[in-house]
Design a protein around this ligand. Structure first.
Ligand SMILES: [Zn+2]
Length: 449
C-alpha cells in the first residue's frame, strides 16, 4: 500500500464508516443538480463553521465529526466530481454575466444582484465539496498511486486494445497521439490495425475502414450499396463498393481532400479488394449516350442484363493492387483523371464551369458477391423492406387524401357542408362502392355543365 495510509487511518478504524454515520444527507444529495441551492443551505445550516483545517493529523478527527454523505467512497467521489462540474458551470456563467455589467443602469442592477447570488452559491458549493472530499478516506481517493494502477491497466495490451476498439475512428487518431503507451498499442495490436485498414483481414463480412465521420468530413465517400449508381442491375447476393472523393457536395468538384501520408496506405475495403473500375463521370456514364455533340439527351439505362453490365464495366479501365486498393491509390487516380478530362469534349453542358473547363467526378466501383446470409446483405434487405413499406404507406395516404379532396369539392358543388377528414372517413366506412360511383358521376355532370 502507500505511505499516506498510516498517517490518515487509525488502525482500529474501518476504511469507510458511512454505515455508522447519520444518513440524512443521502436523500438531499440524491437531488444534487436539481436543487443544489437548498441542498447547500440545509447542509451548511446543519454543519456550520466546521470547515476542515488543512493540516495533517486532523483527518481522523474530522472524519469522526462530519457525516458521510453517501455509503460508498466511490459514490462520494462521483458526487464530488458532479459538484466540481456545477462549480465550473457557475463560474462560467459568472464570467458571462460580468461581461454584461454596465449595459444600462437597470440591467446592471439586476446583473449585480445575480452576480452576488452566484458568488454566494459558488462559496457554498466549494464548502460542500470540501465536506464531501473530507468524507472520503485519503487512501480511497484517486491520486498519484491510483494513476499508477490505471497505467498498469493500460500497460496490459489486451485491456488497452479492448478500450480502444470501442472508440470512434477520430478518437483512434487522437489516442494514438496521446503518448508512447497508446502509440505502441496501435503498433502492436493487429486488431486495431485491421479496423483502421492498415492490415488486411482475410475473411468475414465486408466493411470500409474509410466509411466514418473522420474521412467523410474530408470528402472521402466510400459506401457499400445495394444499387448501382449508373442504373445497372444488382443481384440479391451482391453489394457495390463505390468510392468518390469529392468534398462534401456531390454536385460540384471540390479540392481533393488533404490526406496525410500515414493514411495513404489505408485499405478502402476489408477484406481488401484487388480491383476497382474507374469512371470519369463526364464521358463514361452509361446513362448518357454522347457519341457526338448533337446527342446530349440523358436516356434510360438500356443495359439491363447482367452480361451487358459486366461488359460495360469491363470496358472501363481499372486500378489494381495485389495487396488491396488503398486510399492513396484512389486519390492519385482521381487527381490524374481530373486533369486528363479537364477539357473533355464529350462532357454534357451542365458539367461546364464558367471558364469552360469541366467538373470531373471520378467514380470507383467494384461488385462483391457475398454469401446470402452476410450481415451486409441482411442489413440491405431490411433497409429495402422498410423503404418499400414506407412507399406503400405513403401511396395509401396519398390516395386517401385524393379521395377526401374529391369529397370536399363534391360537397361544395352540391351546397353541402364540407366534411372533416374524420367525417369523411366515417362516411366512407358505411358508403358502398355504388354510392361512391354515383357521387363521382354527379360530380362529373356538374363539371360538364
Ligand atoms: Zn471525360
Amino acid at each position: 500500500m502507500n505511505a499516506n495510509n498510516n498517517a490518515a487511518q487509525p488502525a482500529n478504524q474501518p476504511a469507510n464508516q458511512a454505515a455508522n454515520q447519520p444518513a440524512n444527507l443521502n436523500n438531499i444529495f440524491n437531488n444534487l443538480g436539481v436543487n443544489f441551492q437548498s441542498l447547500v443551505a440545509s447542509t451548511l445550516r446543519q454543519y456550520p463553521r466546521r470547515m476542515p483545517v488543512q493540516n495533517q493529523g486532523s483527518i481522523a478527527y474530522r472524519r469522526s465529526r462530519f457525516p458521510f454523505p453517501s455509503v460508498t467512497d466511490l459514490a462520494n467521489w462521483a458526487l464530488a466530481n458532479a459538484i466540481k462540474r456545477e462549480l465550473v458551470a457557475l463560474q462560467t456563467s459568472v464570467v458571462v454575466l460580468r461581461r454584461t455589467v454596465d449595459v444600462d443602469e437597470e440591467t446592471s442592477t439586476q446583473v449585480h444582484a445575480s452576480l452576488k447570488q452566484a458568488a454566494e452559491s459558488i462559496l457554498k458549493l466549494e464548502r460542500l465539496l470540501q465536506i464531501i472530499l473530507d468524507a472520503i478516506p485519503i487512501e480511497a481517493r484517486p491520486n498519484a498511486a491510483s494513476a499508477v494502477k490505471a497505467q498498469k491497466v493500460f500497460d496490459v495490451a489486451e485491456l488497452l486494445e479492448k478500450i480502444l476498439l470501442n472508440c470512434e475512428y477520430h478518437d483512434f487518431i487522437s489516442a494514438m497521439q496521446v503518448n508512447r503507451t497508446f502509440a505502441q498499442a496501435f503498433r502492436r495490436s493487429a486488431r486495431i490495425q485491421q479496423v483502421m485498414g492498415l492490415r488486411a483481414i482475410t475473411d468475414g463480412s465486408p466493411f470500409s475502414p474509410v466509411a466514418n465521420a473522420f474521412f467523410v468530413s474530408r470528402g472521402c465517400m466510400i459506401r457499400l450499396e445495394d444499387h448501382h449508381r449508373y442504373g445497372h442491375q444488382v443481384q440479391d447476393n451482391e453489394v457495390v463498393v463505390s468510392a468518390i472523393f469529392n468534398g462534401s457536395s456531390p454536385f460540384e468538384e471540390h479540392p481533393l481532400p488533404r490526406i496525410s501520408e500515414r493514411f495513404r496506405d489505408t485499405l478502402v475495403c476489408q477484406p481488401p479488394i484487388k480491383q476497382m473500375r474507374v469512371r470519369a463521370g463526364c464521358c463514361e456514364d452509361p446513362l448518357f449516350r454522347r457519341r457526338n455533340a448533337n446527342n446530349l439527351q440523358p436516356h434510360p439505362p438500356s443495359l439491363t442484363s447482367l452480361a451487358d453490365r459486366d461488359e460495360e464495366m469491363q470496358q472501363l479501365h481499372s486500378i489494381d493492387s495485389e495487396t488491396g486498393i488503398t486510399l492513396g491509390q484512389v486519390l492519385d487516380e482521381t487527381r490524374r483523371l481530373r486533369d486528363e478530362h479537364r477539357y473533355c469534349p464529350d462532357a454534357y453542358p451542365g458539367l461546364h464551369r464558367d471558364d469552360g473547363t469541366v467538373d470531373v467526378h471520378v467514380h470507383f466501383e467494384a461488385i462483391l458477391q457475398l454469401p446470402r446470409d452476410d450481415p451486409v446483405l441482411l442489413a440491405n434487405r431490411r433497409a429495402k423492406a422498410s423503404f418499400d413499406f414506407e412507399q406503400k404507406d405513403f401511396a395509401a395516404k396519398d390516395q386517401k387524401i385524393q379521395q377526401y379532396i374529391a369529397a370536399k369539392q363534391s360537397a361544395r358543388d352540391n351546397g353541402e357542408p364540407i366534411p372533416t377528414l374524420q367525417e369523411f372517413e366515417a362516411r366512407s366506412l358505411v358508403t358502398n362502392v355504388e354510392d361512391h360511383d354515383d357521387a363521382e358521376a354527379s360530380n362529373d355532370d356538374q363539371l360538364e355543365q
